[in-house]
Design a protein around this ligand. Structure first.
Ligand SMILES: Nc1nc2c(ncn2[C@@H]2O[C@H](COP(=O)(O)OP(=O)(O)O)[C@@H](O)[C@H]2O)c(=O)[nH]1
Ligand SMILES: [Mg+2]
Length: 456
């Protein structure tokens, strides 16, 4: 076993190589070179890049949490006064490709973050750039299809065929892995070391055939994201990729900085607009009356607990794979409806909005058990919304609608529900109206979800 000692790291001075596949040789000791290989900037003055990738089966909402771990790290690096070299890092946003729960119209498709998030808001917290921006900054062409103001990046296959393919090599790749003995010994001290790989190595990243590296190592890791700073400090490499980035933990979960970062993750404005129209038309929402107006800029938000929410109950009913994987915690449809009815009666509401990934036969069953006593509303996207925003955008619209409800009940251990709870904390709802879950037996007596209150 080789123990990782920052001072002993062989300092890698490998420039990012943007080559025609035939060859343009790399220049040692340089930062970025232009395509001819003639003009290079030194790493000290130029941007350096951090990429991260995540265990493929992880879903959208856990990925959002992993983003925060790295955005907070980059935010801190940027604030760094002592080491100027650490200030130039940019965090490259990994496109949303091949998500397990989503259907894709084209395979593989690279969905940029701008389709789902307000990039300007993200940038007010951390130095982030889109993957396509990285490519275009470094002269790598990609095929793009313009859909309004966002780009959907497509596969390079045609470039292989036409020979216009260029390769991007990431200087240093670290595949994070858990210490094998960690759970046996129960010792959870902060540590990391280069070791043999105990998980499969990936050599192409983000489903781009031309994004690769010659320098891939496995880093057994336990601890917080900021522990990775020593890797940056001891290297002059211009680009780093941390694969299985989810292995690193939040520096501090739930503190002020955590919430700043979380507040900067505003959704794409059009998604908000679509959700608002739906809330107004179908659910009688009125943001003014409901006290759910936020300032345009998240940095202007202030602590409050006076949000009322629209006159409807919001439910997240996670089904699909959860029915099997959490069979002891997920209620039957009958038991879910029982709890929904009780809550509607208690709150004197007659409309329930249900966000769900349930198949249509289950939705019909819910309907038949609730109506005509109560009105059940689900979101069905107009064609253009479905085409433009796809499964990911529809899921977000449903999350927004639940966030603005008078009262919310989520699903046990679902990160989709957790993100709604956070959104409601930001909107300023009373805690009791947010941290609730559907119980297995239809009662209200099962354990409540952990309460993570917002901190300013
Ligand atoms: N439209 C919609 N999609 C959902 C809903 N619940 C789950 N999904 C989909 O399933 C995925 C769930 O995966 P993930 O984000 O990992 O959340 P988790 O698995 O519930 O912790 C989401 O990203 C959605 O694509 C829902 O209520 N509505
Ligand atoms: Mg998941």
């Amino acid at each position: 076993m080789m123990v990782f000692k920052p001072n002993n790291i062989k300092i890698c001075i490998v420039s990012i190589i943007l080559t025609l596949i035939s060859d343009v040789s790399s220049m040692e000791d340089a930062g970025f070179c232009d395509l001819s290989g003639e003009t290079c900037t030194t790493p000290a003055n130029s941007d350096r890049y951090i990429f991260y990738d995540i265990n493929p089966p992880e879903g959208f909402n856990l990925r959002r949490d992993v983003y925060m771990r790295y955005a907070i790290w980059l935010h801190k690096l940027q604030m760094n006064r002592n080491d100027l070299n650490l200030k130039n890092f940019k965090l490259v946003l990994p496109p949303w490709s091949h998500l397990y729960h989503w259907k894709y119209s084209e395979v593989p498709e690279h969905i940029p973050w701008a389709l789902y998030f307000d990039i300007e808001s993200l940038k007010k917290f951390a130095p982030v750039i889109e993957m396509h921006q990285f490519f275009s900054d470094y002269g790598v062409t990609y095929k793009k299809v313009e859909i309004d103001d966002v780009y959907i990046l497509q596969h390079y296959q045609d470039m292989f065929e036409t020979g216009k393919f260029k390769k991007v090599e990431i200087d240093d790749v670290y595949i994070l892995q858990h210490y094998q003995d960690m759970f046996e010994t129960g010792k959870f001290e902060e540590k990391m070391s280069i070791e043999d790989c105990n998980i499969p190595i990936r050599v192409n990243y983000f489903y781009y055939n031309n994004l690769t590296s010659n320098n891939v190592r496995c880093l057994s890791f336990h601890g917080h994201t900021s522990q990775l700073t020593s890797i940056l400090k001891n290297s002059t490499a211009s680009s780093f990729l941390f694969d299985h980035a989810e292995v690193a933990l939040h520096d501090m979960f739930g503190d002020k900085l955590y919430w700043k970062c979380r507040r900067s993750m505003r959704f794409n404005r059009e998604l908000h607009k679509i959700a608002k129209k739906f809330r107004e038309e179908q659910l009688d929402a009125d943001d003014k009356k409901d006290m759910t107006i936020l300032p345009d800029d998240w940095r202007k938000e202030i602590p409050r607990r006076n949000a009322i929410g629209g006159p409807y109950l919001g439910i997240h009913l996670r089904r699909a794979d959860f029915v099997r994987s959490r069979s002891k915690e997920i209620p039957t449809i009958e038991n879910a409806v029982k709890q929904i009815k009780n809550k509607l009666y208690e709150l004197k509401l007659n409309k329930v909005f249900i966000a769900t990934d349930a198949p249509s036969n289950e939705i019909i069953e819910i309907q038949s058990r609730l109506e005509p006593e109560y009105t059940i509303i689900t979101y069905k996207p107009e064609d253009w919304v479905g085409e433009k925003y796809k499964d990911g955008g529809i899921a977000i619209i449903e999350q927004i609608i639940c966030s603005y409800a008078r009262y919310f009940i989520g699903t046990y251990e679902s990160t989709y529900s957790f993100r709604i709870q956070e959104e409601r904390e930001i909107l300023g709802f009373p805690v009791e109206s947010t941290f609730n879950r559907l119980c297995y037996d239809g009662s209200e007596s099962c354990s409540k979800p952990s309460i993570w209150k917002i901190v300013y």
